[in-house]
Design a protein around this ligand. Structure first.
Ligand SMILES: Nc1ncnc2c1ncn2[C@@H]1O[C@H](COP(=O)(O)OP(=O)(O)O)[C@@H](O)[C@H]1O
Ligand SMILES: [Mg+2]
Length: 335
């Protein structure tokens, strides 16, 4: 099945699997989603990245048919979702934010129950379940009671149930939240593996996760898509800015150094990044083409501040994320 599906995906590689157009969702006064649009191609792993309350779960609930949008349209595999939600739902596997598993059921028994609900044909059911159990690393615990499994294993059961019926789209809401670091690594590699054979959307508020797992990222904030692209594209998009890191060797001169940095035209987001013993590190963001390093070194010499290091660095995804989210929140607050 795996081989067949990979071949199928190769054929459809550039086809649009999910299309979301101008979707809004309001809860009374709250605009949980405000005119979002995006597309996901066959075989892509898309990450929804955003702080808590951004609208990620709401977007996923619409994509899984949990509720319809207030306005806007969704197409899954060429079909308009809310015209035929039953058919569309068959294409989608979903791991919700909080999944209620039955603690008194055994792993295989539970997955069999889900397979029956999803009407997986009796003949195929056995081999389908066996394949999912081994793919998700559950083979050795298939007869255990779900209630006695660790959180990491319960999450695997959650992933396994999302795969029953072999959906071509899988949606995972914060799949690593609440897991310990070892479990996180295991679940991420399982997700990457699953993403080879299907279209996958996952949400996270953890930055490194998107660069480790996703092909493309949609940054969501306050119900809006504020940026999208591959990690490289997002970083390149903000190439018009870069960061300068400055370190001094006298903690007594910290305030003087800060004042000097603040006096520089074009310098933004000046902050102290690290302090140890006598050393203090600062970072500032400057527009591309403006190299403040010569001025900084001259000013520091004039003010007898011992300069240990000065370098220019590209912004990391984390800084981009902070910048986009903080800027958007500020402009929103100003309105
Ligand atoms: N059923 C609901 N009723 C009222 N408000 C809701 C409901 N679901 C979500 N919201 C609100 O919508 C916004 C987005 O929430 P959510 O989609 O859960 O964000 P995220 O998953 O990114 O943390 C939040 O302000 C949240 O309080
Ligand atoms: Mg959520």
């Amino acid at each position: 099945m795996q081989v067949e599906r990979s071949a199928l995906l190769q054929d459809r590689k550039n086809e649009v699997m999910i299309s979301v157009q101008n979707v809004s969702k309001h809860f009374g006064q709250i605009k949980a989603l405000d005119q979002i649009s995006f597309e996901v191609k066959c075989g892509e792993i898309l990450g929804f990245l955003g702080p808590n309350g951004a609208g990620k779960t709401t977007a996923m609930r619409i994509l899984t048919g949990f509720f319809p949008p207030t306005s806007g349209k969704v197409w899954i595999d060429g079909r308009e979702f809310f015209k035929d939600p039953r058919q569309a739902k068959r294409t989608i596997g979903y791991l919700p934010e909080t999944l209620n598993l039955y603690p008194d059921m055994r792993v295989r028994e539970f997955l069999k129950f889900v397979a029956e609900l999803r009407q997986v044909a009796g003949k195929k059911r056995r081999s389908h379940l066996d394949e999912i159990l081994s793919r998700c690393g559950l083979w050795n615990v298939k007869h255990r009671l779900i209630g006695f499994l660790s959180k990491g294993y319960r999450q695997r059961v959650g992933l396994a149930q999302a795969l029953i019926g072999d959906p071509s789209v899988v949606i995972l809401d914060e799949p690593t939240s609440g897991l310990d670091p070892k479990q996180i690594i295991e679940i991420r590699s399982l997700i990457r593996e699953l993403g080879r054979e299907r279209t996958l959307i996952l949400s996270t508020h953890i930055l490194p996760e998107v660069s480790m797992v996703c092909d493309r990222v949609l940054i969501i904030n306050q119900g809006k898509v504020v940026a999208s692209g591959t990690v490289d594209e997002l970083e390149a998009g903000l190439k018009e800015q870069h960061q300068i890191y400055v370190a001094i060797g006298d903690i007594g001169k910290k305030e003087d150094a800060l004042n000097l940095l603040h006096s520089l035209e074009g310098a933004e987001q000046i902050c102290i990044t690290d302090e140890k013993a006598q050393e203090v590190g600062f970072s500032l963001i400057v527009p591309k083409g403006l190299d403040l390093r010569p001025i900084i070194s001259r000013l520091f010499v004039e003010h007898q501040i011992p300069l240990l290091e000065i370098r220019s660095a590209r912004l990391s995804l984390e800084e981009i994320f902070m910048k986009i989210v903080v800027d958007e929140t500020r402009s929103g607050a100003a309105l």
